[in-house]
Ligand binder design. Structure first.
Ligand code: MN
Length: 503
């Protein structure tokens, strides 16, 4: 049985003046596109993010992923006669947080009915926003420096989830369909970019940055794998350097960054092939087939007028006061770009810095650095040893203490890695854990005495080492490690050997 989550989706109104007013020129170096010479991609992304509220957009039903089908529901999300929607204030606040983080203008906005006939939306319309969205005219600067315009970020409700039971999993040849309304009415923010993206890698960078932003401001958990972030890619191609906008196809509901890149590459090449054959693409919705590595035609694309949008008479306009917007702005946390910059300023390696921020563990590195620990060691632990559950709850002072112990030579890197793993599991301080393992610093004078004994036992080898047979360093180091059960620091042994050799 195939399962296909098939939802009708919207045509976002885009005025041609908005498009032509937006400049896509930039001085930033862009990736090569992987298209035949003379062609370029034109990509705009519509990203749906589920908002992290307790309850749904217009009803008191629980907003929670998973659960038995049709348990998190309420008469409002089922569209039963006589029910009235009530706007979730928290959803508005989270939407404004994202809008401000995207440099948008936040404005008085209106909910609109987007009408269509489909079983995943029992009212036969989705409450969305049309000509008066909450957030308009924003932008996202990518790590490369390229700025992608954000046309709008509007509020709407999610649809239910339908499962078409049949060989293809598609509705037209299903024997029957099952509908789960747990997701119906979950608050969504749809963030619509300008067609400023020129390749698959840039599209992935945009989606990743947007994901980092919604997570940073606490608006969404941003999980592609649970469908709380879903990307629709509008793809067209044109002769390189031209500013025309040719027929685009919309690839729906891509659910990972990797698939997004592959789907865009495939689709753009398909368009070029059509043009080169003297043909042209038709405007339509397409679906990404991960196994086949290709897109497939869905329904032909609705035009905005097919949805017969009109202002929802059950809902009043939302008019956020300037004071409220200011309060939300003042409470915004540092955004991913600033957070990366803080670690870069502290001398962090750019790739490790990006990873630390993406994992939301950058504050650990900052606390470690301000406690005097070296940033490279801190970042290496974060990147290599903290890709584990529970890493976010790690006590930052404990982490700083661990990195300091390691850089002081009180712990070897192997010991530090082991202690760190136990810190994540137990929440205990590194000094206590190290002491329990007997990982305390081997006093250099202790090692000194030990080494003298080993030299006395191996006079010939020592003489040859002093005469320049350097490979014997490994033999002496091994003897000390054996005698100390691996607790000695290799660097300290090397220093001791060097100083004894020269005297
Ligand atoms: Mn939408």
């Amino acid at each position: 049985m195939n399962q296909q989550n098939d939802t009708l989706e919207n045509e976002t109104p885009v005025s041609s003046t908005m498009l032509s007013a937006w400049t896509t020129e930039s001085s930033v170096e862009r990736e090569p596109q992987g298209l035949p010479d003379g062609w370029e991609m034109v990509i705009g992304l519509d990203v749906h993010a589920e908002l992290a509220t307790e309850t749904k957009m217009f009803s008191p039903a629980t907003n929670q992923f998973g659960g038995e089908p049709n348990t998190n529901i309420h008469p409002v999300c089922l569209g039963l006669p006589g029910t009235l929607p009530v706007v979730n204030g928290k959803a508005v606040e989270l939407s404004i947080r994202v809008g401000l983080a995207l440099n948008c203008t936040v404005q008085r906005c209106i909910f609109a009915r987007k009408n269509y006939f489909y079983p995943d939306m029992p009212k036969d319309y989705q409450i969305s926003q049309y000509d008066r969205p909450l957030n308009i005219n924003g932008s996202i600067q990518l790590p490369s420096g390229h700025v992608v315009g954000v046309e709008r970020a509007h509020m709407e409700e999610d649809t239910g989830k339908s499962t078409h039971v049949g060989d293809s999993g598609r509705i037209h040849d299903a024997g029957y369909s099952l509908v789960d309304y747990n997701r119906a009415g979950v608050p969504l923010l749809e963030i619509v970019s300008h067609p400023d993206i020129r390749g698959p890698e840039e599209a992935k960078a945009y989606a990743a940055e947007l994901q980092a932003i919604v997570i940073a401001v606490g608006a969404s958990d941003g999980k592609f794998e649970e469908g709380s972030m879903r990307v629709d890619a509008n793809v067209s191609v044109r002769p390189a350097g031209s500013d025309e906008l040719r027929t685009r196809c919309e690839i729906k509901n891509v659910n990972s960054l990797r698939s997004l890149g592959r789907a865009i590459q495939y689709e753009a090449q398909r368009h070029v092939d059509l043009y080169l054959a003297g043909d042209k693409p038709v405007q339509e919705t397409r679906h990404w087939d991960e196994e086949g590595g290709r897109t497939r035609a869905g329904r032909s694309k609705e035009q905005a007028e097919d949805y017969r949008y009109f202002a929802d008479p059950d809902l009043v306009p939302v008019d956020p006061s300037p004071q409220w917007i200011d309060e939300i702005r003042a409470a915004l946390p540092a955004l991913p770009r600033e957070r990366r910059q803080a670690l870069l300023d502290a001398g962090g390696d750019p790739e490790n810095v990006a990873m630390a921020v993406q994992r939301n563990l950058d504050s650990l590195a900052l606390v470690a650095v301000s406690a005097g620990a070296p940033i490279d060691k801190a970042l290496v632990h974060i990147v290599n040893n903290l890709a584990v559950d529970g890493a976010e709850e790690l006590n930052a002072e404990h982490f700083a203490a661990l990195v300091t112990m390691e850089s002081n030579g009180d712990l070897t890197s192997t010991q530090a890695k082991q202690v760190l793993g136990e810190m994540v599991e137990s929440g205990r301080a590194p000094a206590d854990l190290a002491a329990e393992h007997g990982f305390e610093a081997m006093d250099t004078s202790e090692l000194d005495v030990l080494l003298d004994g080993i030299i006395a036992d191996h006079p010939d080898e020592w003489q040859r080492f002093c005469d320049g047979e350097n490979k014997l360093q490994g033999m002496f180091t091994g003897q000390i490690m054996k005698a100390t059960q691996g607790k000695a620091d290799g660097k300290v042994i090397a220093q001791l050997l060097a100083s004894k050799k020269s005297t």
